[in-house]
Structures are given as structure tokens and as C-alpha cells.
Design a protein around this ligand. Structure first.
Ligand SMILES: [Zn+2]
Length: 213
């Protein structure tokens, strides 16, 4: 086995562990959760907790399934060349759940994704997939916002991309400063959204007029 061959089938992902780090097995991950249960003062063998490590491993697989998928692929495989349509396309209020990389606490929010195409358009469900794939990794909201915008920019080569993310960070709600009811708003504007205030305002009007479904 060469040094850069992964030690398990699961790829560590672009912001994951380095190439020399072996990815632990499910059994090892379960064992780690069992240790944490002991560490908080629990008995991992009591009835209610016996299956908890296994459930946690399954939940973590789902929370972090975004490492197994390539968002650029999702867009690259599906865009269509169309002539003539050059108006703004906005996908509003895409609900997502992510986890902060500092505390592994949930980040729950919505994303507004807009772009002005230059010949290439993509099905709107694919834009939602891109949000989801990046959300299902350990994140900070600023990077999540930038990654969504940059991926659309680099694959679709549109005239502009705009992304606004609004989210609640549970690490602020349940620990630390304990501020319930605050959310964080981040945005990234590229191309015509950055250069033309009127285009940006049109997009932000969509964002601000939205009432969550
Ligand atoms: Zn946090």
C-alpha cells in the first residue's frame, strides 16, 4: 500500500483528515461514543443506552454524508445550454441542517440562491443539492455560504451568483452565551450581483420578502 492510498473505502473529504490518517471503522466509532457516555458519568450498558452508540454512528453518517459527494459533479452532469434566457433565477429559502466545526452543534437555517445565467442553466433541485452537500459537512456559516456560491460560479460560469444564508447556531443557544432567537446572516455576491447594486437589490428584495414556509 502506498502512502496516499486511503485505508478505508470512505474518502476523508476536502477538509477532512490528511492522506496518512486511517479512517476508523464503524465499530471503532461506536466504541468512542461508548467512552464518551462513560465520560459524562453514564453507564453505556444500561437498557436505554445499549444501542445509542450504534444509533449515533448511523446519525453521524447522515449528518456528514456530504463528504461522499461532489457538488461540482452534481452541477456538471446536469446543466443545459440554453440560448436567450438571461434573467435572474432565484431559489428561495432552502432549508438545511449543518453542524459547526467548533462544537459539532447543529446549525439550522435557510439559504437563498440566485444566479443570472450565461447560456448554462441547471434544474433548481440541483441547486438545493449543492446546499445540502456542503451543509452535510462540518462547517462554519461563512464557508458554507462561499462554497455554495463558488461552486455555482465555477461550473455554470453565470453572469453572477448571489447566496444569502440565515441560520441559528445551537452552540450559541444551548451553551456559551446562550442567546436564543438570534440568527446569523451571511452573503456572497459574485459577478453582476457584486458589480450592479440594482441587481443585488432585486435579489435581496426576494430574500427579505420571504416568510419561512
Ligand atoms: Zn459552534
Amino acid at each position: 500500500m502506498t502512502a496516499d492510498e486511503p485505508l478505508s473505502g470512505r474518502s476523508p473529504g476536502p477538509v477532512g483528515a490528511g492522506p496518512l490518517t486511517a479512517v476508523p471503522s464503524d465499530a471503532e466509532a461506536e466504541d468512542a461514543f461508548r467512552r464518551i457516555l462513560r465520560w459524562i458519568g453514564e453507564d453505556p450498558d444500561r437498557d436505554g443506552l445499549r444501542d445509542t452508540p450504534r444509533r449515533l454512528v448511523r446519525s453521524f453518517r447522515e449528518y456528514f454524508s456530504g463528504y461522499d459527494e461532489d457538488p461540482e459533479d452534481v452541477l456538471r452532469k446536469t446543466f443545459e445550454e440554453v440560448e436567450g434566457y438571461d434573467e435572474m433565477i432565484v431559489l428561495r429559502g432552502v432549508a438545511f441542517e449543518s453542524h459547526c466545526e467548533h462544537h459539532l452543534a447543529p446549525i439550522v437555517g435557510r439559504a437563498w440562491v440566485g444566479y443570472v445565467p450565461d447560456r448554462r442553466v441547471v434544474g433548481i433541485s440541483k441547486l438545493a443539492r449543492v446546499v445540502d452537500i456542503y451543509a452535510k459537512r462540518l462547517q462554519i456559516q461563512e464557508r458554507l455560504t462561499a462554497q455554495i456560491a463558488n461552486t455555482i460560479e465555477s461550473v455554470l460560469r453565470p453572469r453572477g451568483v448571489a447566496v444569502v444564508v440565515k441560520a441559528t447556531h445551537h452552540c450559541m443557544v444551548s451553551r456559551g452565551v446562550r442567546k436564543r432567537g438570534t440568527d446569523l446572516v451571511t452573503s456572497r455576491m459574485l459577478g453582476c450581483f457584486r458589480a450592479q447594486p440594482i441587481t443585488r437589490q432585486e435579489f435581496l428584495a426576494f430574500v427579505n420578502s420571504d416568510t419561512p414556509a
